[in-house]
Design a protein around this ligand. Structure first.
Ligand code: UT7
Length: 338
C-alpha cells in the first residue's frame, strides 16, 4: 500500500504574545527578534497544565478528521458504492511531542478516547523538532508493511512550559501549537500519482548537549528549562538540512528543481534562507509562518502543511519535500507526491 496524506488540521492557542510584549519584560527588542529570526509574534497556551498539549492536539486532529469527512463523506455513498471516511478507519494514533502534559498515559491514548477512535493502537514518540517527520516515517512504514491502513499523526508542543522567561536567548524563539495529518494507504482514499515517496532520517548524538531539557517530572521544586547553544544548532542546521535533502533526492533520482515546495521546520527564517541558497533554489519555494507562531517544535511542519493545504497552495502532482531538524541532534527529510 502506498500511504498518502488525505487530510490535515492544526490548532494554536488564542493568546498572542508579540515581540514588543516580550521586550517589556526582558532586555530584547522587536528589531532584534525580527532581523535575527523572522519572528513577530507567537501563541502561548493558557490552559490548565494537564490539558495544554492534549487540547491543542485534539483540536488539530478533529480538524483533520472533519476535512477527511468533507472530502470522502462520512456515510455510505450510493454514488460510489463505498463507505466514506469514518473515525473507525483510524487504526493507529501517533503523537510526536517533547512537552507532554503527563509522563504517562501517552497523549495518543487520551486522543484515542476523546476522538472516539474505537480500539485503535496509540503511542507517543519524542524527537523534538524532528518529531513530526519521525511520526510520518513510522506511520508510512506501518502502512507500507500492511500492518495498518490509516494512521492519525499529530506533531504538537507546548514549549512555553519549559521556557525560562528570564533568558532572552531562547525565550523569544518558541511558541505553542499542534498540527495533524491523516495518512492512509486505503484504496478508498487513494488518488492517482499521490503518495509517500521516501524518507531519510539521521541522528548525531554527539550534539545532545547543544539542545536539551531535563524531564519535567524530575524535580518539581526546580522546573525543567530548555537550554540551547543557538550558534551551534544554527551551524548544524544550515549544513545538515541541505545534506539530508540532497540525500533523499539523490536516492530517488531527483533534483532540487523537481521540488514544488519545501516544507521545513520553522526555527529561524535565516535558516530557511541559507538552505534555499545552498540548494540554489528560490525563497518562493520555502513557505513560512515563523513570523506568526515562532518555533513550535514538533508542531511547525504540520501547522505549515495544513495552512498550505487549506489555502489551496498544494496542487495534485506537486512533489513536496518536508524536513525537520533539532534536538538529538536529529535531522530528516521526506519526499511525497501531493
Ligand atoms: O528548533 C530547534 C532548532 N533550533 C534552531 O535551529 C535555532 C538555531 N539558532 C538560531 O536560530 C540562532 O542562533 C539564534 C536566533 C538562537 C541566535 O541568533 P544569533 O545570530 O546566533 O545570535 P547570538 O546567539 O550569536 O547572539 C548575538 C548577540 C549576543 O550579544 P553579544 O554577545 O554579541 O553582545 C546576544 O547576547 O545577540 C544577543 N542576544 C539578544 N539580544 C537581544 C541574544 N538573544 C537576544 C535577544 N534580544 N532576544
Amino acid at each position: 500500500m502506498i500511504p498518502r496524506i488525505i487530510a490535515t488540521g492544526s490548532a494554536v492557542p488564542e493568546k498572542i504574545v508579540t515581540n514588543d510584549d516580550l521586550s517589556r519584560h526582558m532586555d530584547t527588542s522587536d528589531e532584534w527578534i525580527r532581523t535575527r529570526t523572522g519572528i513577530r509574534e507567537r501563541r502561548i497556551s493558557e490552559e490548565a497544565p494537564e490539558q495544554k498539549l492534549f487540547s491543542l492536539s485534539r483540536e488539530a486532529a478533529e480538524r483533520a478528521i472533519a476535512m477527511a469527512q468533507e472530502e470522502f463523506g462520512a456515510e455510505f455513498s450510493a454514488r460510489t458504492g463505498q463507505q466514506g471516511f469514518s473515525r473507525e478507519d483510524i487504526e493507529l494514533v501517533i503523537v510526536a511531542t517533547c512537552t507532554p502534559d503527563m509522563a504517562f498515559p501517552a497523549t495518543a491514548c487520551r486522543l484515542q478516547d476523546a476522538l472516539q477512535l474505537g480500539p485503535a493502537a496509540a503511542f507517543d514518540l519524542s524527537l523534538a523538532c524532528t518529531g513530526f517527520v519521525a511520526a510520518l516515517n513510522t506511520a508510512a512504514a506501518f502502512i507500507q508493511c500492511g500492518r495498518y491502513r490509516t494512521v492519525l499523526i499529530v506533531g504538537a508542543d507546548v514549549m512555553s512550559r519549559m521556557i525560562d522567561w528570564s533568558d532572552r536567548n531562547s525565550a523569544v524563539l518558541f511558541g505553542d501549537g499542534a498540527g495533524a495529518a491523516i495518512l492512509s494507504g486505503d484504496p478508498r482514499f487513494s488518488r492517482e500519482g499521490s503518495g509517500f515517496l521516501d524518507l531519510v532520517m539521521h541522528a548525531d548524538g554527539s550534539g545532545t548537549e547543544a539542545l536539551k531539557c531535563r524531564a519535567m517530572y524530575f524535580n518539581e521544586a526546580e522546573p525543567a528549562r530548555e537550554y540551547m547553544d543557538g550558534r551551534r544548532v544554527f551551524e548544524f542546521a544550515v549544513k545538515k538540512v541541505p545534506e539530508v535533502i540532497r540525500e533523499v533526492l539523490a536516492r530517488n533520482e531527483k533534483e532540487p528543481s523537481d521540488i514544488s515546495l519545501y516544507v521545513l521546520h520553522q526555527a529561524n527564517y535565516r535558516i530557511l534562507e541559507s538552505v534555499a541558497k545552498r540548494l540554489s533554489e528560490p525563497m518562493e519555494k520555502f513557505p513560512h509562518n515563523i513570523e506568526s507562531y515562532g518555533n513550535t517544535t514538533a508542531g511547525s511542519i504540520p501547522i505549515l502543511l495544513d495552512e498550505l493545504n487549506r489555502s489551496g497552495r498544494l496542487e495534485a502532482g506537486d512533489l513536496l519535500c518536508l524536513a525537520g531538524f533539532g534536538g538529538g541532534l536529529s535531522y530528516a527529510a521526506a519526499l511525497l507526491w501531493w
